[in-house]
Structure formats: structure tokens, C-alpha cells
Design a protein around this ligand. Structure first.
Ligand SMILES: [Cu+2]
Length: 158
């Protein structure tokens, strides 16, 4: 015999058994032996029993999307504008992503980190571009611009 795993289906089976539409072994009585009202109940049971499960799934999916949105919204961004980093000082947790946004409409930037434990080089950053850096090591790092030596950002990774 087929094994029915879903709770919704088990509930449906129990109801059908109690209504006499099924014997204890779960074999459905032929439809044409049911009255019209019995047949309607059996037809409607399936989605009614499954409805809470469907709703729970939909709700879970919605929550997942909201959490994902929130994570993306809370991503740390550093603006590169007027030949400066904004902010110029930052503390993040290890593994966090900092996105560098070139907000200068007419300047290239070129962000890099050079240290014993962590290195990064963005290459040229076009105006309007976004460059994510994942800080994978703990420590305090100087983030510099290869084009504008005065641009400095200190990132502390905890
Ligand atoms: Cu620059």
C-alpha cells in the first residue's frame, strides 16, 4: 500500500474513515456508491485539509524574503565622493561585506588594502560603480585609493 506522509492527508483519511467513506485499510469506496453530498465532502476535503499547510508555506516563504531584503538593506556601504571616503572610519564583524560606491560622477577611484593578513585590489572603479569587499580577517586595516593618496578609510574587523 502507498504510504501517505503528509499530515493533511492523514487528517483527510481519518475524516473519511469516520464518515464511512473508507475502510480501516484506507481503500476508497467507489464514488458511484456515495451519495451526492458524500462525494462533495470527499472532493472538498483535500484542499480544506491542506489549506493550513499551504498557508504556513506561503507565510514561511514571505518571511524568508523579508529577512533577505533586510540583510541586503543593512549591507554596509562606503561612499567615495569628493576624493574622500564617507564614513572614513568603520567597524565590522569578520565576514561582513562592505560595498564601495563611486559617487563621484567624473572621477575614477581604485580602492585597495595592503597588509600582512588581508589584501584587496579593486582595479579601476568607474563612476557609479559598486565594489564589494568581504573582510575575511580580523584586525585593523587601512583602505586606500590608488588614484587619490589622501583618501583613507580605517576598517576595524572584529
Ligand atoms: Cu580615489
Amino acid at each position: 500500500m502507498r504510504e501517505y506522509r503528509s499530515i493533511a492527508y492523514k487528517i483527510q483519511l481519518r475524516k473519511m474513515i469516520s464518515q464511512g467513506n473508507l475502510c480501516d485499510h484506507g481503500i476508497r469506496k467507489p464514488r458511484d456508491h456515495m451519495s451526492a453530498s458524500e462525494s462533495r465532502i470527499v472532493s472538498s476535503l483535500n484542499w480544506r485539509a491542506a489549506l493550513p499547510a499551504v498557508l504556513a508555506l506561503a507565510l514561511g516563504a514571505t518571511c524568508g524574503l523579508l529577512i533577505t531584503d533586510r540583510l541586503q538593506a543593512s549591507a554596509i556601504a562606503v561612499s567615495q565622493k569628493g576624493r574622500m571616503f564617507h564614513p572614513d572610519n568603520l567597524a565590522v564583524a569578520r565576514g561582513e561585506v562592505v560595498t564601495f560606491v563611486n559617487d563621484d560622477s567624473d572621477l575614477l577611484h581604485h580602492v585597495f588594502v595592503e597588509s600582512d593578513t588581508f589584501n584587496f585590489d579593486s582595479g579601476d572603479q568607474e563612476p557609479g560603480s559598486r565594489t564589494p569587499i568581504t573582510f575575511t580577517e580580523r584586525g585593523t586595516f587601512q583602505v586606500l585609493c590608488g588614484i587619490h593618496p589622501k583618501m583613507k578609510l580605517v576598517v576595524r574587523v572584529n
